[in-house]
Design a protein around this ligand. Sequence first.
Ligand SMILES: Nc1ncnc2c1ncn2[C@@H]1O[C@H](COP(=O)(O)OP(=O)(O)OP(=O)(O)O)[C@@H](O)[C@H]1O
Ligand SMILES: [Mg+2]
Length: 307
Amino acid sequence: MNTIEVKDLSKAYVDLKAVDNVSFEVAQGEIFGILGPNGAGKTTTLEMIEGLRRPDSGEIKIKSISVWPNPGATKELIGVQLQTTALFDYLTVREMLALFGSFYRRVLNAAQIDELLEAVSLVDKEKARVNELSGGQQQRLSIALALVNDPEVVFLDEPTTGLDPQARRSLWDVIRKINKEGKTIVLTTHYMEEAEVLCGRVAIMDAGRIIDINAPKKLIEGLGAEVKISFQSSHDVALDDLKKQTEASETSVFEGQYVLYTKDVQTSIIGLFDMAKADNFKVENLHISGANLEDVFLQYTGKGLRD
Ligand SMILES: Nc1ncnc2c1ncn2[C@@H]1O[C@H](COP(=O)(O)OP(=O)(O)OP(=O)(O)O)[C@@H](O)[C@H]1O
Ligand SMILES: [Mg+2]
């Protein structure tokens, strides 16, 4: 049985379809990611599942319990980290944990709170006030706050946005750790690397719709290409021609950046330079790399993940 079931979920703001007929399931113990650019509808989707925003239509169940119209019924099962958490500046880390704990029937005991502080590396900050914490420490605190009621399902809305690479990695470790302890995790991100390394499955979301859902590796394999070649050109290049000459499986251009996907790098590179010579254009900034989730997104939507 799936831990989360979302069926035909929609929500509009006036005439904007923020979430447009979205369906997916999350299995027990999964780390499930929703990957998409700003405004894709990630937060709206998450907050409807969390019982914080009312859907226009559709069905949401957590452990077979309907979230709507009575979100109180699933409240104790879930832990929520909001995209913007209003932390109370003058409370200490310990006091915040106690306050959030008071919202729930079931809470961690004192020893478990100690473990939680350990997990998010805030032991030496337990007496620090929120306004004395760095951005990364506040973000770790907000994850800890999502765990005070020992939830079965944890929702994290862009948990690492704004963190430096090192702080991001250390948060990934925290997320993996709570997942290993058996918690199901749903997170949103616009970092494709984060989705790739953390999530068992990823939903790719754009303009309110889910375009595809699969394991990151499967999504990338679905491009039908192992390698991505990108370059800029001194002159416009006809994509059809480029595709033929390089024997690429796909070609695209975005903001002057030509991209082609291929299984045979050598043939494609030779084809590209033969074409450049014949058509008298210059290949600049040539890059060859493995395809990634950003490429999957580009392929589906014709645009990059970050705008
Ligand atoms: N309360 C609201 N009233 C009106 N429009 C809203 C409201 N909340 C969100 N929207 C709009 O709905 C769309 C989806 O917003 P949402 O916050 O779900 O996107 P997101 O994918 O979480 O984006 P981000 O990556 O920036 O957090 C956006 O176009 C946004 O402007
Ligand atoms: Mg959001």
